[in-house]
Design a protein around this ligand. Structure first.
Ligand code: NDP
Length: 463
């Protein structure tokens, strides 16, 4: 799949918002960040939704809220040098984008993937501001990572890299300042190595990272939270339309953390998941994908999804991942990466009568694809609402760390479920309030934005 499935130089052309203030801010932003297409794409989508709010609330323009909210409070970029198993010195680039702390300490994952650059982290950090706001918990927005590729590295190499990464990052984070978590390429193993190094350097055992193992201050359900939360959200969306997961056919892209637990929860809700993928290809199994096999392949063996065919006779493997969207389904849950459903894939999904699409990954659908779903009356759950369960449970981990209490699996799961229902209601209500009933993209942007904007207004300009 090309890295940019759209024409980079044209991001922002054909702005669909008329408000002059938003247009001016976007023009200026585009000039300043011309080589950051993902970031501009994410901002544009939010601006399109905010037009009625800006029209109705002139005090936001007066206080320069929009200019301020698109500029990260701080960006840290640093060198990470580490030694591979052959004794060769390797150098990667590390980042932390501390985007907005109006409603709480910066919070957002760390991504290790060769495609990581400032544009991607700024897009993710920007999205995170509104997502975190929707959770109703006191957390600001941030994101970080490195262009390091964990694939094919030994455990010792991963450890040395994580330690070197944290040796610089620890100066800028803390349980009341910035609390990173995992993301693509950063799971429990990486969080453990980074936490160990932070503790050594800071001489404190605190809640500086979320996604920790249970014995080291982690929360039950954090591993499952994004995938489970995605299904809780989708379930609400289906319910309002008089539908449910029961007996529906589901296609899920990816086979990482989000995809695996979305597969588990969708199956528990009575759906039949027929396909999953990784960046090499996808598995189709008409008799239903068994999430326990995915766990075995990905979590225990750290293998490729192709090997699923060794466990199930009815499973078929196809090389290349975008073909997964040609499989007819009632519900599509993209859970791999950004821009994985483009216009063509969306058209095929609609032709095959998809009824609901909910984003488990961040920005997996291109703007064209979203427009196709919305125009075809497909229920559409945007990432900042639908995948907020992970960060919400991270915030629950922070609560448990601060009070030094651990909640049971059932208690955290119940809180997660309540949060996702609450997010759905907020988003749906905000869309109705601004006469965009059913437009959950606009509802999520507006509901997430207003809380942060109000906090920024209240705190004054000079910070
Ligand atoms: P993982 O690293 O656990 O899994 C990512 C999966 O996506 C892997 O199966 C990977 O395959 C696949 N993938 C990556 N790139 C592509 C591609 N270009 N085409 C097809 N498949 C691809 O990450 P997560 O599951 O944690 O994250 C997935 C998405 O969800 C990301 O967008 C992340 O930002 C978002 N997210 C994650 C949260 C969390 O709690 N983990 C919270 C909220 C959002 P391969 O192994 O071949 O690379």
């Amino acid at each position: 799949m090309p890295l940019y499935p759209f024409n980079v130089s044209r991001v922002g052309e054909g702005m669909t918002f008329e408000n002059q203030y938003l247009k001016d801010v976007f023009k200026n932003l585009k000039e300043k960040n011309a080589n950051e297409p993902e970031f501009l794409q994410a901002v544009k989508e939010v601006f399109e939704s905010l037009e009625p709010v800006i029209d109705k609330r002139p005090e936001l323009q007066k206080a320069g809220i929009i200019e301020r909210i698109v500029e990260p409070e701080r960006i840290i970029m640093f060198r990470i040098s580490w030694m591979d198993d052959s004794g060769k010195v390797q150098v990667n680039r590390g980042y932390r984008v501390q985007f907005n702390s109006a409603i709480g300490p910066y919070k957002g994952g760390i991504r290790f993937h060769p495609s990581v650059n400032l544009s991607i982290l700024k897009f993710l950090g920007f999205e995170q501001i509104f997502k975190n706001s929707l959770t109703t918990l006191p957390i600001g927005g941030g994101k970080g990572g490195s262009d390091f590729d964990p694939k094919g590295k030994s455990d010792n190499e991963i450890m040395r890299f994580c330690q070197s990464f944290m040796t610089e990052l620890f100066k800028y984070i803390g349980p009341d300042t910035d609390v990173p978590a995992g993301d693509i390429g950063v799971g429990s193993r990486e969080i453990g190595f980074m936490f160990g190094q932070y503790k050594r350097l800071q001489n404190e055992h605190n809640g500086v990272l979320s996604g920790k193992a249970i014995h080291s201050g982690g929360s039950l359900v954090r591993t499952e939270a994004t995938g489970y939360g995605l299904c809780y959200f989708t379930n609400e969306m289906l319910k309002e339309a008089g539908q449910s997961f029961k007996d529906k056919t589901v296609v899920i892209s990816g086979s990482g953390n989000v995809a695996t637990y979305a597969c588990e929860k969708a199956t528990q809700f009575g759906a039949r998941v027929v396909a999953v993928s990784d960046s090499d290809g996808y598995i189709y199994d008409e008799s239903g994908i068994d999430y326990r096999i995915i766990k075995e392949i990905k979590e225990v063996k750290r293998g490729r999804i192709q090997t699923y065919v060794n466990y199930s006779k009815s499973a078929k493997y196809t090389r290349g991942c975008s073909g997964i969207w040609t499989i007819p389904c009632d519900i599509a849950l993209p859970c791999a990466t950004q821009n994985e459903i483009n216009k063509e894939s969306a058209e095929i999904l609609v032709k095959n009568k998809v009824m609901a699409v909910a984003e488990g990954a961040n920005m997996p659908c291109t703007p064209d694809a979203i427009a196709i779903f919305q125009n075809s009356k497909v229920l559409f759950g945007p990432a900042k609402a639908a995948n907020a369960g992970g960060v919400a449970t991270s915030a629950l981990e922070m609560c448990q760390n601060s009070t030094r209490i651990s909640w049971s699996f059932e208690e955290v799961d119940q809180r997660l479920r309540d949060i996702m229902i609450n997010i759905y209601n907020q988003v749906s209500e905000a869309a109705k309030k601004y006469n965009m009933d059913g437009n959950l993209v606009a509802g999520a942007n507006i509901a997430g934005f207003e809380k942060v904007a109000n906090a920024m207004l209240w705190q004054g300009v000079s910070y």
